[in-house]
Ligand binder design. Structure first.
Ligand code: GDP
Length: 296
């Protein structure tokens, strides 16, 4: 896939070289692991994540399972696939809604990460599942954010609550009342982000969270995020905490390192991936499917 094109090519080149060798020696495995390490680093995967991944993979490849095997290259590919699936979270983690009405889902993340777009896509997905979502426009700083949400909400037939001029915490609170009054069963709260982590923005997200007690807080992470990801997600984890991650812009030509690092760095599951600007381009995330896509 686009975001991992170069990584896929490089991993496949390594596998092809292994296939060409027949029986594998420890030296062959060492060379292959070095290539895999370089490929992951160049895809901008966090270096600590790369180090642990390669250590685990190498340990498994230097056993009889591979060295004594009649199809060693095939076994290496299987081990890399397994480890990559684990790195991405192992099993699918579904969005769990509680029995509370309205359910509240709050989105956090840096400005430009794709929160507003993800909010709309999530609303569209829930609508298709028979829910009646309400979108709450709590990003009052980016001038066009509420308009953008209103336009996109209109396109998918989901109402948007906007409290022009009000404080974001008050808008969030009022959106819950609106949902109760208009029989909407899920409120998706789109919060403000700044380009950099910023104390005021963090405090506002904390205050909104306190006010609306969300059932789920999802952090939106741009697939393009490189090494800085540790800093960004750790700060959100400390301040607002979150239950899961949405990776955005996986359709772009980003190197995808952020997407590959985020589960290992946060310990939180990736719940969805966003692959385009259309409302239906949100996918439930499957670690195994993603690992298979990356390995081509
Ligand atoms: P926010 O500031 O976090 O609310 O970010 P936006 O939702 O406004 O997204 C920022 C930009 O990224 C917009 O131009 C979106 O159209 C674009 N965008 C968001 N998600 C995706 C995605 O999955 N794929 C692509 N190609 N573009 C996206």
């Amino acid at each position: 896939m686009a975001a991992f094109g170069s990584l896929s090519d490089r991993l496949n080149d390594t596998f092809d070289r292994l296939r060409g060798k027949g029986k594998l020696t420890e030296a062959d495995i060492n060379v292959a692991m070095r290539e895999i390490r370089m490929a992951l680093l160049e895809a901008d995967v966090n270096y600590r994540v790369v180090k642990d991944f390669v250590t685990r993979t190498k340990e498994r490849c230097l056993t009889a399972e591979v060295l004594e095997s009649l199809t060693p290259a095939q076994n290496v590919v299987k081990i890399v696939l397994d480890e990559l699936t684990e790195l991405l979270g192992g099993t699918e983690s579904k969005l769990v809604l509680s029995s509370r009405i309205p359910n509240v889902i709050m989105l956090v993340g840096l400005q430009g990460s794709g929160k507003t777009t993800a909010a709309v896509k999530l609303a569209y997905m829930l609508k298709k599942q028979g829910k009646s979502p309400l979108l709450a426009a709590c990003d009052v700083y980016r001038p066009a954010a509420a308009d953008q949400l209103a336009t996109l909400g209109g396109e998918i037939g989901v109402p948007v609550f906007r409290g022009d001029g009000a404080h974001p915490v008050e808008i969030a609170r009022a959106s819950i009342r609106e949902a109760v009054d208009t029989m909407r069963d899920v409120v998706i709260v789109d919060t403000a982000g700044r380009l950099q982590i910023d104390e005021e923005m963090m405090q506002e997200a904390v205050d909104i969270k306190k006010a609306v007690k969300p059932d789920q807080v999802l952090m939106v992470v741009d697939a393009m995020t490189g090494q800085d990801i540790v800093n960004v997600v750790s700060t959100f984890a400390e301040r607002t905490d979150f239950d899961g991650v949405i990776i955005s812009k996986l359709d772009g030509d980003a190197r995808g390192g952020g997407a590959l690092s985020v589960r290992e760095v946060t310990g939180k599951p990736i719940k969805f991936v966003s692959m385009g600007e259309k409302p239906d381009s949100l996918e439930v995330f499957s670690p195994e499917r993603m690992a298979k896509r990356i390995l081509g």
